[in-house]
Design a protein around this ligand. Structure first.
Ligand SMILES: Cc1cc2nc3c(=O)[nH]c(=O)nc-3n(C[C@H](O)[C@H](O)[C@H](O)COP(=O)(O)OP(=O)(O)OC[C@H]3O[C@@H](n4cnc5c(N)ncnc54)[C@H](O)[C@@H]3O)c2cc1C
Length: 399
């Protein structure tokens, strides 16, 4: 039996950030990852980092986005990990009058709350992103938004955790967990056993299965996201690019329900909206994605969805009409029933914590989510903003 103070299950951005910050606090941490570090959503995502500023009254989302932005900067600029971080700003395309009115109202509201966003005419936007379609009605510009390579960033965080003293063990699948008489946790992996006083579940779309090992229902649902890429090209796209269509759809019709989280692009097989995000990566591929569909644990991209997404992207950047798709891929996003993060202590057990429900924006929010959870575990005091992410609202005993 291998002893540690704290065991973390999951080597995505949530797990490695928690490990990094706990190790920096001097805590003995062991992270167990089934496959390779960043092997799932955290290494497969688009690498877009969202942030609009702290705002006048910072809430959980401001903490997660702005705090993570600082942690990404620390990795790239202070700790010298090349994670391809670039604070490039973001442009969100407006394609209809209805979208324009919606975007205008939202930009005004965010600005009045102290956030950093502005509405550009298409001409202004084309002066900083020349490939945009001149027929767009305008674009929302968010200068604080950034990008980084998801796999490199997640692995860099794992390396930083190791450098701070954490044991990061890839290819260690947790197959069973038991709480012993003294309250500590016994964690089984093939051919080995670990023991720790404190356990953190950061298993992404697989939190439900880990919960079942402890007799707990953790209602995290896997939502398939898929992406496509062109061949490497010279620099053509300078910002992260998105579209307003889904934002307005989800504002009026968020969807959701007992088994279906909100803000998906599909109801069953039926498309209800088109979502879009993308950028040009460091090796020159233009990458785009956006679909969010329930497909169980199936990670094969749906070709129809890829074509629809490519058509939408080409409406914004017409150059994409003549660029063939070179590769596609998919990953599983951990969605909670209300679409909000689940970060904190699981009240049904002693010294059991969870970090999940980062949904479709966990790459950009995971670093600070891990820091907030580490602060909670280390000090015993819950950071005030984590009241918005309390696991008590959705985790229950089984049976
Ligand atoms: C296609 C796509 C595009 C996206 N684009 C963006 C984007 O541009 N910006 C953004 O902010 N977010 C984006 N996201 C969302 C983001 O990737 C996720 O929210 C985030 O990576 C979730 O991190 P995680 O650590 O919770 O989960 P994961 O990265 O899935 O990590 C969980 C880990 O737990 C491990 N695990 C599971 N069970 C066990 C077990 N029994 N034993 C040991 N290990 C186990 C898994 O192998 C996995 O590595 C995107 C996601 C996808 C799929």
């Amino acid at each position: 039996m291998r002893e540690s103070e704290i065991i973390i299950i999951g080597g995505g951005i949530a797990g490695v950030s928690t490990a990094y910050h706990l190790a920096r606090d001097g805590r003995a941490v062991t992270l167990l990852e089934r496959g390779s570090i960043a092997g799932e959503a955290s290494g497969l995502n688009a690498g877009n980092i969202g942030a609009t500023g702290w705002g006048n009254l910072p809430n959980l989302n401001s903490y997660l986005t702005m705090g993570s932005l600082e942690i990404f900067k620390t990795l790239q600029l202070d700790l010298d990990y090349d994670i391809e971080f670039r604070q490039c700003g973001a442009l969100q395309a407006i394609q209809t009058e209805e979208q324009y009115d919606f975007a205008q109202e939202r930009v005004q509201r965010l600005r009045s709350q102290g956030h950093n966003q502005e509405l550009l005419s298409t001409r202004e936007a084309r002066s900083i992103e020349p490939g945009l379609n001149p027929d767009l009605l305008g674009l929302v510009y968010t200068p604080l938004r950034a990008q980084a390579d998801p796999e490199k960033a997640t692995r860099a965080m794992a390396s930083a955790a190791e450098a701070a003293g954490a044991a990061i063990l890839a290819h260690h699948e947790v197959t069973g967990v038991a709480q012993l008489g003294d309250g500590s946790y016994q964690v089984m992996v093939q051919g080995d056993e670990f023991r720790a006083a404190t356990l953190v579940i950061a298993a992404g779309a697989w939190c439900r299965q880990v919960g079942e090992m402890l007799g707990l229902s953790i209602p995290i649902v896997p939502v398939r996201g898929q992406m496509w890429a062109t061949e490497p090209l010279p620099p053509l796209v300078f910002h992260t690019i998105s579209a307003t269509e889904s934002t307005i759809h989800w504002h009026t019709t968020p969807g959701g329900g007992l088994e279906t989280p909100p803000e998906l692009t599909h109801q069953g097989e039926l498309r209800v909206t088109r979502h879009l995000y993308g950028r040009q990566n460091h090796i020159g591929e233009i990458i785009f994605g956006g679909d969010r569909q329930l497909a169980g644990y199936q990670q094969v991209p749906d070709a129809t969805g890829i074509e629809a997404n490519r058509g939408h992207a080409a409406e914004i950047l017409p150059m994409l009409n003549r660029l063939p798709i070179r590769r596609t891929w998919a990953g599983l996003m951990p969605f909670s029933p209300d679409g909000e993060p689940v970060i904190g202590k699981i009240p049904q057990r002693d010294n059991l914590y969870i970090l999940t429900g980062l949904c479709s924006s966990g790459f950009g929010r995971g670093p600070m989510a891990g820091k907030l959870l580490a602060d909670y575990i280390h000090t015993g005091d819950r950071p005030l903003v984590l009241s918005e992410a309390d696991p008590a609202r959705c985790v229950t005993e089984i049976g």
